[in-house]
Design a protein around this ligand. Sequence first.
Ligand SMILES: [Zn+2]
Length: 341
Amino acid sequence: MARINFVKGMMPVILKKRKSSDFIQSMEVLLRRLPGTHSKKTLIENDLAKRKAGFRGEEAVDYFIKDSKEITIVHDIRLSNGAEFFQIDTMLISSNFILILEIKNISGTIYFDPTFNQLIQTRQENERGFLDPLIQAKRQQRELIKWLHAVKISIPVEYLIVISNPSTVIKTASYHREALNKVLHASHLIERIERLKEKYPEETLSHKEIRKLSKTIVNKHIPANYNVLKYYDIHEKEIITGIPCPACSRLPMKRVRGTWKCVSCSTTDKKAHVRALQDYLHLISSSITNHQFREFTHLPSSNIAKKLLTGMELPCSGLFKDRTYHLSADFFEKYNFTGQK
Ligand SMILES: [Zn+2]
């Protein structure tokens, strides 16, 4: 989900923390609900570790910019210039310029290779190649300028490659000017932002215009909606259904006298079906029928299923057998927060 952090000295600070991305959460749910012997388990575990490292890198950079005044931070934006999409993880908007940050959490020694435009990581004598983040960031810059032009805003757009891991050794060829100018450790970011302010002394956007632009960006944001099962080409039938016990993780919990009970350790959990519905949303669909709910939770009674679903006051459509209940991340966030029954 797109988020804005308004970070301003004089104004009330609205700081929304980065949440781990929806896709990371979906991967975690998937791993919990795949049989231990599933052939794609290791692949997903490795991908998850990489995505989490990237996320931690972005959080580390947030730490350095959180106190900088007069900067609005926009996270996780996916915009379109017609047919093509472009995605920016971190964008800083100031009165004088917009700064795109491409954040990399890569350890060891990294070498920006100007000959083949690649990034080479060396760690414990192993070499590994990555896509050149300079190329990624330049594309984002080009696309963002085009996009801003379409909404009639003209402001300098800069980009930097931020290495979030402080012990990473950064290397490049002495003539690779772009890498020398654009790559830095997170701890030098504030200093670099100050230098950009000197480079662009003209204040193009007022505070009001920055707010308006941030809102426009968030409104035009198009979520990627990757379904994790499709992404890994896993069939719904391969997923383990039932509600796992929150204490011992065994499956499935049983509906007993108005609560869910674990048959192994006797733990009870009144709200166990809410967690199951969240899993369903992550993996399968944003809508569910009474029948699908009973299959997923191993609940035999359609009356109890109806009571549980309507009891949550989920938005729904259709009548009788065709009634569909609609699930969304926003709904669960509110539901879990208010502790509504
Ligand atoms: Zn248990």
